[in-house]
Design a protein around this ligand. Structure first.
Ligand SMILES: Cc1cc2nc3c(=O)[nH]c(=O)nc-3n(C[C@H](O)[C@H](O)[C@H](O)COP(=O)(O)O)c2cc1C
Length: 181
């Protein structure tokens, strides 16, 4: 059985997006992937918790796709986590709805890889900045997958962006086709 993949896209100004627009378009073309644009669905931030929980139940791999904003995600993804990952649903004694599913962070960062190293401007790697997402996955009994990271978006040439988008699509295909552990 192919794994059902839900990509939750969080980009507040999609018409000005280059990196996430390219990644989202690549993801959209992968059969079996459902792309869900959170800012598009909830421009007023009034998240339909029941609908979002139902979507989660229908999928095996959940992808948080977004640009890195202030070393984290754009605001709507935090709002989504605060409301959708309820006690008794996602965590707590009775909260096992997400158990066994996988979580993938797919992020783009303006800063280059060197800036996310011990001697660089940001000192720490993107993986380290993603620790709250990793911890959230574990609390929700989900498998935390190695993140997909696209560094240095400001200086990315169109051809390189296309290659990264193809890599992202290939990763989603692999996840779709992976055999359940
Ligand atoms: C509000 C805001 C905060 C940002 N914070 C960071 C940051 O903390 N680290 C970083 O590397 N880039 C940061 N950036 C740059 C974005 O990550 C970058 O522009 C984005 O990944 C490019 O993707 P896009 O073409 O889909 O917009 C920030 C950009 C904005 C607008």
């Amino acid at each position: 059985m192919p794994q059902r993949i839900l990509v939750l896209l969080a980009h507040p100004v999609r018409r000005r997006s280059r990196a996430n627009a390219a990644l989202a378009e690549a993801a959209r073309r992968v059969e079996g992937v459902r792309l869900h644009d959170l800012y598009d669905a909830y421009p007023d931030f009034l998240i339909d918790v029941e609908a979002e929980q139902a979507l989660l139940l229908e999928h095996d791999v959940i992808v948080f796709q977004h640009p890195i904003y202030w070393y984290s995600s754009p605001a709507i993804l935090k709002e989504w986590q605060d409301l959708v990952l309820e006690h008794g649903f996602a965590y707590g004694r009775e909260g096992t709805a997400l158990a066994g599913k996988s979580l993938l962070s797919a992020v783009t960062a303006g800063g280059g890889e060197a800036s996310y190293s011990p001697g660089g401007l940001n000192r720490r790697s993107i993986e380290e900045f993603l620790r709250p997402f990793e911890a959230t996955a574990r609390l929700c009994h989900m498998r935390w997958l190695p993140p997909f990271i696209l560094h240095g978006t400001h200086l990315l040439e169109p051809a390189a962006l296309e290659r990264h988008a193809a890599d992202y699509a290939a990763l989603l295909q692999d996840l779709r086709d992976m055999v359940e552990a």
